[in-house]
Design a protein around this ligand. Structure first.
Ligand SMILES: [Zn+2]
Length: 132
């Protein structure tokens, strides 16, 4: 198993700068494949160029080490933080994604420094948020 989706490798999806275990369970892996297929890949296709993943799956240890919220959807493999590399491009991608995709939450993080998007297998809330 070395791919989560067409444009996301397992290594990218589990990368962490912390020297801590970060291996998803099968259930988490299934959640990761869903958000990758239904959120990331359509964004990648619309943008037409590579998107950098800043953070995807986080084990409890990694999430704690990076100061993530205890309820973070990254813990369940349901959320991806991604960036085009520019705030201007991130804003365009965010605007497109918020009105064309199904998601649980899409978050403009720190004036479009990156985009957090999540998907869950139950009811998706379609929440549009900003963290300043
Ligand atoms: Zn996030």
């Amino acid at each position: 198993m070395d791919r989560i989706s067409e444009h996301i490798t397992f290594a990218e999806a589990t990368h962490t700068s912390k020297k801590l275990p970060n291996i998803p369970s099968n259930k988490e892996l299934e959640a990761m494949k869903l958000v990758a297929l239904l959120c990331f890949e359509p964004m990648r296709k619309w943008y037409g160029k590579p998107l950098k993943i800043n953070s995807f799956f986080r084990s409890a240890e990694v999430n704690k080490a990076v100061g993530g919220a205890s309820t973070s959807q990254h813990l369940f493999g349901e959320a991806i933080d991604l960036t085009t590399g520019s705030k201007e491009e991130n804003k365009k991608l965010f605007e497109w994604a918020k009105s064309h995709l199904t998601y649980d939450q899409i978050i403009n993080e720190y004036d479009y420094s990156w985009i957090h998007i999540s998907y869950r297998s139950g009811r998706n809330r379609m929440q549009v948020l900003a963290i300043k």
